[in-house]
Design a protein around this ligand. Structure first.
Ligand code: EPS
Length: 350
């Protein structure tokens, strides 16, 4: 059941990335500066590649907003790819401009090149790279920023933190790990945590497998490029029930908890505690010192394709996860409380 729904489109070096969102209640304040600040956050982080020096992502809104407020009609967002200027011929829509410039045929282990080219019957692996690139997360962050603006109206906010880079678990060693990977022509992954506060009790449901908010959160975070594991709350491995579960207490006549190992979700529903989602990102598969691979044209041994990439993008990935989690929370709020306008939503949440 989707109440906050959208499609995105766009290739990494195409003209632009686009999203059409449906379900934003009328009257929500759409602050373009906020959307742009989220896009800026996604571009930051130690270890990002040169593409981020070219782009300065900003959003254009071409429908669904008037005088700073959502109309309740579909909102269209556009983020231009500045780099398109350098790729106009290579990414041309017209059959008359066909070129082999930037075509490649050696699979990058760990990327979508192999499975994507087999599935879509493509010989030029660029036809897979262009959409599988994490560039598309720019427009996802813009959609997430709109979701965050809905949440802001009702007092819900989120943030993220990096908890591990490579084998380092404290921030003062993070840059060293990234520098070392760079020196070695390598890449490095890590782990981050996203926390959302002030959620109402009962988003999601225990009544059917596909309605649990935990499953929905896992899906949106797991499908971010390069994510290999998602956890909600603390990892319970090795803990006894008595150590892991969060006891109920009474304080000033109110039910409360003194721990949050469950990460704010019990029985597939939010329980009013902070929602805590962490995820593990693998090292980016495009590497200066390429791995051994195969040329799909000749079926012969070859070094994997390399082109400009990031050494580490864990910080950006955390911003993407914040955005995607905002989609899920907004969708669940709209499912539970309905609402065509923000005033209606606020009155139902009291
Ligand atoms: C990205 C843009 C890309 C990469 C990166 C993410 O730009 P380009 O390919 O032009 O250098 O920097 O993509 C990947 C890491 C990947 O594996 O696809 C962005 O905007 O986030």
């Amino acid at each position: 059941m989707e109440k906050f729904r959208f499609l995105t489109s766009g290739e990494s070096h195409g003209k632009c990335l686009t999203a059409i969102i449906e379900g934003v209640p009328a009257g929500v304040g759409i602050d373009i500066d906020f959307i742009n600040s989220e896009l800026h956050r996604r571009q930051q982080g130690y270890g990002r590649g040169d593409r981020m020096k070219i782009e300065s992502d900003t959003v254009e809104i071409t429908s669904g907003v008037r005088f700073g407020k959502a109309l309740g009609s579909p909102i269209t967002l556009v983020v231009k790819n500045r780099d398109f200027e350098n790729w106009q011929k290579i990414m041309s829509v017209s059959p008359n401009n066909r070129t082999d410039d930037k075509a490649f045929s050696v699979y990058r282990p760990g990327h979508a090149d192999y499975a994507g080219s087999v599935k879509y019957n493509q010989q030029d692996l660029r036809n897979i790279l262009e959409r599988s690139s994490a560039r598309k997360t720019a427009i996802e962050v813009a959609v997430g920023a709109v979701a965050k603006l809905i949440l802001k109206e009702i007092g819900i906010s989120g943030s993220s933190e990096i908890t591990q880079i490579g084998s380092a678990c404290c921030p003062d060693k993070f840059h060293k790990e990234i520098d070392l990977a760079k020196e070695n022509g390598d890449s490095v992954g890590g782990k981050f945590v996203v926390v959302y506060k002030n959620l109402p009790v009962g988003l999601g449901s225990h009544v059917h497998w596909d309605r649990g908010i935990d499953g929905r959160l896992a899906q949106v975070v797991m499908s971010i490029p390069a994510i290999k594991a998602v956890e909600i709350g603390d990892n319970p491995l090795g803990l006894c029930g008595s150590e892991y579960h969060d006891e109920f207490k009474i304080k000033d006549g109110e039910i409360c908890r003194t721990s949050n190992h469950a990460g704010g979700v019990e029985g597939g529903m939010t329980n009013g505690q902070d929602l805590v989602v962490s995820a593990v990102m693998k090292p980016i598969p495009t590497m200066m010192k390429p791995l051994e691979s195969v040329d799909s044209k000749t079926n012969e041994k070859a070094k994997a394709h390399y082109e400009r990439s990031d050494v580490c993008a864990v910080e950006s990935c955390a911003v993407v996860a914040e955005a995607r989690i905002a989609w899920v929370i907004v969708n669940e709020i709209l499912l539970k409380y309905g609402s065509d306008s923000i005033e209606e939503l606020k009155s139902r949440l009291i």
